[in-house]
Design a protein around this ligand. Structure first.
Ligand SMILES: [Zn+2]
Length: 212
């Protein structure tokens, strides 16, 4: 009843093309569900300190626009959509993890944006997978936007900018790090390094989208 009312007041639109959804459609319209990006093959982002990382989508076209709506234009409901796709991607792997940890945004950036995207995705993923979620990592200093930086500059930019707020409990040996976008994997590698220093044994990464 409440869902029906919600649909009436806020008719759900396709995450990609924004058409109004039919009652049997969820998040994405039938037409967009057929498009290749919905089926985009997982690419593995190899990097130091983490075992493997995957993105649910390639960061381009409609996906890129949807992610921008999620991040900058109040498309909060899209967190659920992206998290579902990330969960589907995880199901295709043999990864095992005991704890979900969001990649931290700097508090001032969070404040400006109003909410923390990686945390939102991590919380939805936790609900979908039944694996607990903890905000174990925090930024310790401001970093420059990664956009346009070379890999060596990215590494220098992120180095020692993340800290673990407490030692990782022994029952959480394997950590799944969650972020919205993966580019070179530098941020993920730094988070994995820090969380392993704090006691975790393995780290994986999953993001909503990744640069091809
Ligand atoms: Zn559509």
């Amino acid at each position: 009843m409440i869902d029906k009312l919600k649909r009436l007041i806020f008719p759900p639109r396709c995450a990609f093309c924004r058409v109004l959804l039919a009652e049997n459609e969820k998040h994405v319209c039938a037409k967009c569900a057929q498009k290749p990006y919905a089926l985009s093959r997982p690419k593995a982002y190899k990097g130091a300190f983490y075992k493997n990382a995957l993105a649910a989508f390639v960061y381009e076209g409609e996906v890129r626009r949807a992610l921008h709506r999620f991040k900058f234009h109040g498309g909060l409901h899209l967190a659920e959509f992206f998290a579902e796709k990330m969960a589907e991607k995880l199901q295709q792997t043999d990864w095992e993890f005991d704890l979900i940890v969001p990649v931290p945004s700097h508090f001032s950036k969070q404040y400006k944006k109003g909410y923390d995207h990686a945390l939102l995705l991590a919380q939805h993923l936790s609900r979908l997978t039944g694996v607990p979620c903890k905000q174990l990592l925090k930024k310790t200093r401001r970093t420059k936007p990664m956009y346009g930086l070379r890999v060596s500059q990215r590494r220098a930019n992120i180095m020692d900018s993340v800290a673990c707020v407490q030692a990782v409990e022994p029952r959480y040996k394997r950590i799944l790090l969650v972020d919205d976008i993966i580019t070179t994997g530098c941020t993920l590698a730094e988070c994995a390094r820090v969380i392993r220093d704090a006691g975790a044994q393995e780290a994986y990464g999953i993001t909503a989208a990744g640069i091809k």
